[in-house]
Design a protein around this ligand. Structure first.
Ligand code: HEM
Length: 367
């Protein structure tokens, strides 16, 4: 996950288009400075597309060290680093993953189905399929050696960024010595990246690529399991997968909010926002804005256009968006092939901090 904003930015369910949220503090959390909650799609775009006014630099209460990460920088510093990363993560490199991802999804599904059929007939699509699928895809993309992959589950907890920052130099040294067809190899051989830049870029990719991807995959499958008619439509070819991937991302944004800090005094939705104020975009609210989405609560697998904000917008638009979409498309296609019906066999267990939005368990019937 993106290592900010902190979980204190939990938003009320239906706030006004722009509202000031006090943070009085609770038994578990100390008081905060408060923040502006942005819920309209148009305002969200204004904030996300204007880094000169709404800065990504670490906000109050965030560790200044985060400012060394690409995700927490503003142009022009951000632009340079992002260009290096984007040039390594080319559409061609992403496309080459299709077969590996498909093979992986098939193997994980058939193993989980075999085990379920030999036992109680139930498989957990999150823990047995989508979690390992997304983690191993990322390990491939970044060239994490097989011997190190047992560390992957630990890279999802609260210490993920610290763990990965500790691990990244080993991975970089390894890929300098044993180059392969992966992102770390490309970045580690880019002479224009300073070593401290590289040592922040690799752990950032490891964190940003892991948790939101895992949460999008399990979350999308959970939404599908709760909409059997949409599942059948997709299975029978009555709806295309590409727009369905977008619609599932709209209804299940793995990151619920995006934080910025006002860099100057400004005006938003008729309110005066002061320099230094925190501004928090609610992706759930923006993705349900009736001015943009007809019948926003409805799952419409063919919804087009679908300008949801689950992958962000503006200069920080998710760098792994193509890779994320590819993984989701392949996974959904393989689940649709392996399971004619997606029948829940127990409660879907959500996980999340108020900022992250995942699913820890998704039990379904094997047949
Ligand atoms: C469906 C899965 C994913 C979702 C929902 C997601 C969501 C997001 C969002 C909302 C942002 C923008 C944050 C902001 O504006 O502050 C972002 C940025 C980013 N994402 Fe993703 N992401 C996903 C998968 C990935 C993957 C697989 C990778 C890497 C392979 C990745 C790498 C990044 C990076 C490096 C950034 C920072 C870009 C920048 O600051 O310029 N993401 N992601």
């Amino acid at each position: 996950m993106i290592p900010s904003p902190p979980p204190r930015h939990r938003l009320p369910l239906a706030p006004a288009p722009l509202s000031w949220q006090d943070e009085p503090g609770t038994a578990g959390a100390s008081p905060g400075p408060g923040f502006w909650a942005v819920t309209r799609h148009a305002d969200a775009l204004r904030v996300l597309q204007d880094p000169a006014t709404y800065s990504s630099r670490p906000g109050p209460g965030e560790l200044p060290f985060l400012g060394r990460l690409l995700s927490h920088q503003d142009p022009p510093q951000h632009t340079r680093l992002r260009d290096h990363a984007a040039r390594a993560l080319t559409p061609e490199r992403v496309r080459r993953f299709t077969e590996t991802a498909r093979e992986r999804a098939r193997t994980l599904l058939s193993r989980a189905l075999d085990t379920a059929r030999a036992t109680d007939g139930i498989l957990d699509l999150a823990t047995a399929v989508s979690d390992p699928y997304t983690a191993l895809n990322l390990a491939d993309l970044l060239g994490v050696p097989h011997a190190d992959r047992r560390r992957l589950p630990r890279w999802n907890g609260p210490h993920a960024l610290a763990d990965m920052t500790g691990y990244a130099p080993h991975l970089i040294v390894h890929r300098r010595r044993y180059p392969d067809d992966d992102l770390t190899t490309v970045l580690a051989h880019n002479a224009r990246l300073a070593s401290d830049e590289l040592e922040m870029l690799v752990p950032l990719l490891l964190t940003t690529g892991l948790a939101p991807m895992r949460d999008a995959a399990a979350g999308g499958l959970a939404v599908l399991a709760q909409h059997p008619e949409a599942y059948r439509e997709l299975r029978d070819g009555g709806a295309e997968l590409d727009p369905a991937v977008e619609e599932l991302l709209r209804l299940h944004p793995p990151l619920l909010t995006i934080r910025r800090t006002a860099a100057t005094d400004t005006e938003l939705s008729g309110h005066r926002v002061r320099r230094g104020d925190e501004v928090v975009v609610s992706l759930t609210a923006a993705n349900h804005d009736e001015r943009v989405f007809t019948a926003p609560d409805r799952l419409d697998p063919a919804r087009t256009p679908n300008p949801h904000l689950s992958l962000g917008a503006g200069p920080h638009l998710c760098l792994g968006a193509d890779f994320a979409r590819l993984q989701l498309r392949v996974l959904y296609a393989e689940v649709l092939r392996a399971l004619p019906e997606l029948r829940l066999a127990g409660p879907v267990l959500p996980s999340g901090s108020g900022v992250t939005n995942g699913v820890t368990s998704l039990p379904v019937r094997a047949g």
